[in-house]
Design a binder for this molecule. Sequence first.
Ligand SMILES: *Cc1c(COP(=O)(O)O)cnc(C)c1O
Length: 385
Amino acid sequence: MHDDSSWSPETLAVAAGRPPRTPDAPVNPALELTSTFVASTAPGARGYARFANPTWEALEEVLALLEAAQPASGGGARAFASGMAAVSAVLEQVPVGGLVIAPEGAYNTTLGLLDHLEAKGRLRQRRVQPADTAAVEAALEGTSPGDLLWLESPTNPLLEVADLPALCAAARAAGVRTAVDNTFATPLVQQPLELGADVVVHSVTKYLAGHSDVVLGAVVARDPELLAELTRHRTLAGSIPGPFEAWLALRGVRTLHLRVERSQASAAELARRLSTHAAVARVRHPSLPSDPGHERAKAQMRGFGSVVSVEVRGGAAAATAVQDGVRLWLPATSLGGVESLVERRRRHPLEPVVVPEELLRLSVGVEGVEDLWADLDAALTASQR
Ligand SMILES: *Cc1c(COP(=O)(O)O)cnc(C)c1O
């Protein structure tokens, strides 16, 4: 067997999702480029490539194991065309007029989609500060079954840490499902299903694929009925991944643990140095003992993630000067790739107003940490002139 659930996540990332071990078989799943399959009456036959594709299934097998979805009991993962397609599939489960409790500050397009759906009368929302457990619990009062608690932890880009065990339990007690966007942590650092969530969403585009060459998403759930509904949505709405993207993402997942280990270590080191830099007013990273999310992250995560946010002294202009002044860091949106990226988030009109104008989001990659520091230090210092 290649998916022994007793293996460590590191081993699963490498060993799961491979073809059967038969003499002279390939060691990697094939890239299956086909739109249809030869007709079959066998149970579970794929039939047509909007329904299923073996290349997606290899990736999904690995993601299900990494997120502890309990595949033996009917849980699993489903790949989607993008992270947002995965977010949409989960929001689509909310009945018409249902309530979604969502963070004030989170991935801007998720919040943008919620606003869009609310404006169309599709659903209602209640925005909360996700690190304020009492506020989220209060927002859960008077909810109905079918309503949804949407969490992201740590949040993009404020790196706020929600108390996932407490909030998932409160939602469950209220009869409401919890969805957690686990893009920032990755399943190696945090397993929301183990902490009580009903469904996990990933932008596979980021750490899982890891090389800034793929746009892809995924959902993961333990409840077979919920998983079937999400799969039905994917088939009906057509938000399916391309086989090549799924193949590339699985190739990326093979080294996820190595990339995360290095980038997390570098992120913590850079956060420590940035916190005493004269050009920096505030550093946000849960690795810092002074960070509001530090204790919570220690309790529910294995590490602190590889995104660091900094507020540059001198406002938006100084932050933009840093983004324009770096030579190794790439000024670009996105995160989770091997290459380090820096971006002033408020340059996006959709970015929530709780994100400071002078905030730079740093996605720490796997380059040499001294080179990253030297480049950032120089650009920060120059921004103050
Ligand atoms: C990027 C991102 C998404 C959206 O994913 P896409 O693959 O770009 O559609 C969702 N959530 C978070 C936290 C993200 O960073």
